[in-house]
Design a protein around this ligand. Structure first.
Ligand SMILES: [Zn+2]
Length: 75
């Protein structure tokens, strides 16, 4: 299967220990930016910004069980 979407590498880990950059909730996704640096978001903010993050990220680490909006695009 080929995907024509620009999408970052997705890595799943058992758990993340960081805190969301926006609201300090437990992190569900860590976004490594292609420009360098990284962002950490809770599930709410990771999904809220998913559209932009997929364009900026080179790699996204998600906690196991968290379904990131930028990760799965049905059809
Ligand atoms: Zn948050």
């Amino acid at each position: 299967m080929m995907t024509t979407m620009l999408s970052p590498e997705i890595v799943t880990v058992p758990s993340l220990v960081d805190r969301c950059d926006s609201c300090n909730a437990a992190a569900k996704a860590e976004i490594a930016l292609s420009s360098g640096g990284s962002l950490v978001f809770c599930g709410h903010h990771a999904n809220k910004h998913a559209d932009r993050l997929v364009l900026l990220a080179s790699k996204v680490t998600v906690e196991d069980g968290f379904e990131w909006a930028g990760q799965s695009h049905p059809a």
